[in-house]
Structures are given as C-alpha cells and as structure tokens.
Design a protein. Structure first.
Length: 236
C-alpha cells in the first residue's frame, strides 16, 4: 500500500461532541483526514447543519491541521430511519424498553455506518476508519461495544480484501475524560468550539444553552454530556 493510504483517515463525523473530538484526534495523527456524515432521517438532523461550521473552524486551530483536513462526504441512507421506528427517528417520548435499552437505539446503525464508510474509504484509498463509539460511559447500545467493532473490522477486511483499521479513541474513557482529551488536543479553542457549535441532543434543541453546550438537558445524550462536563470541571 502507498504511504498516502497508510497515513489517511476517514472520520465518522456527525457534528456532535464525540465525533468532533475524534476528528481532532485524527488530525493530530494522519496526513490526510476526510469526514463522512449520514442523513438517516434522524430527529436531531440539526447536527448535520453543524458539521460545516465545525470543519471550517477546527482546521485553523493548529497549523498542521489546515493542510490535513480533506473532503467531506454526506451519505443519504434515510431507509435506516424508515425501518428503525425509534425515538431517534420519530417524534415520540424517549423511554426505556424491556431490554433496558432506551428507545433511541437504532438497530444496526453503527454496523451500517461502518459498512458505508468502508466502501467509501475503499474508493478514496483510506486505511483508518475513526468512530466515536464508547462503552465506558454510554446508553448501552450493543453496536458501540468494543467486541462488536473488532468483529466488524475483521468482516470488513475479509469482505473487501483490505487492511482497514477501525479506531475508537473514546472506547475506554468516560465523558469527563472526553472533555479532557479535547482540551489536550486543541486547548481552550477546541473546548469553545465544542460548546458553541457541536450538537448532541437527541431532541434537536438548539435554543437551550448551558455551560456545556446546546441541548434539552434531559435526554440520555444531554445527561451524559452534562455529567461529563461537571465531573471534568470538578476534577480540574
């Protein structure tokens, strides 16, 4: 493989806190970094609107990042939302199912995301696939687990005769440590960018502003983000 392939990454970039932190992580490590977002009919589609602003403002944070940030791709996979019937894709109350999972769980979402990302990376000559999945401090989604993604990496490589590497920089850290990682990667400017421009709230609330960013403050995503912020600030 060429050195360009070895030093290239494709970040699954939603426009949220975790994927923005992962984008900074990739920009610090690889010479060419592209991003991919997915329009799957999500209730909080406002996150897609945040992506362009974040990309425009993250690249200038470090001199080397300016030349490393490459093309962006947005893939339309609304069929996922059509078959999902979840609170992530329908205007229904967020509750917990008998399984213990919140009804924001979209079955197979991350599996589908990585399949599309790998197909794109195959055509773009990119080796490293980067996602913000985590099983340390999360809502219990089974497709965020390390075992799931290790298995998926093997399947992608067998099915495409490639040597992709799936990276999950946040897998074994909690949300407080995610804030810490962002500060270590981009300092105060990256923290400010995450607060002001990223979107994580499942409801899609961009009107309610808290010290940790925008969001309803009550959905599972906001709770994790808020609790992580408070823990990080209390430990600083």
């Amino acid at each position: 493989m060429t050195s360009d392939f070895e030093n290239s990454a494709l970040v699954l970039f939603s426009g949220g806190q975790d994927s923005t932190t992962c984008l900074a992580w990739a920009l610090d490590r690889y010479k060419r970094v592209e991003t991919v977002g997915f329009d799957y009919g999500q209730r909080h589609a406002v996150e897609l609107d945040c992506r362009t602003t974040i990309r425009s403002n993250i690249a200038p944070l470090k001199e080397e990042w300016k030349d490393r940030l490459g093309e962006d791709h947005v893939l339309d996979i609304k069929v996922l939302g059509e078959i999902g019937e979840t609170a992530m894709t329908r205007d229904v109350e967020i509750t917990y199912e008998e399984t213990g999972l919140p009804n924001t769980f979209v079955p197979g979402r991350n599996l589908i995301f990585f399949n599309f990302a790998a197909a794109l990376a195959y055509r773009r000559g990119i080796k490293h696939l980067v996602g913000g999945m985590c099983e340390t401090d999360y809502s219990g989604y089974p497709d965020c687990r390390d075992d799931t993604l290790k298995s998926l990496q093997a399947t992608l490589n067998l099915g495409m005769e490639m040597r992709f590497v799936v990276h999950t920089p946040l897998m074994w850290i909690d949300k407080a440590e995610t804030w810490k990682m962002a500060e270590e990667l981009g300092g105060g400017p990256l923290i400010s960018l995450i607060i002001e421009e990223t979107h994580t709230c499942y409801i899609g609330d961009r009107k309610t502003k808290s010290e940790w960013g925008y969001g309803c403050g009550d959905c599972p995503a906001c709770q994790l983000r808020k609790n992580g912020w408070n823990a990080w600030n209390n430990s600083s």
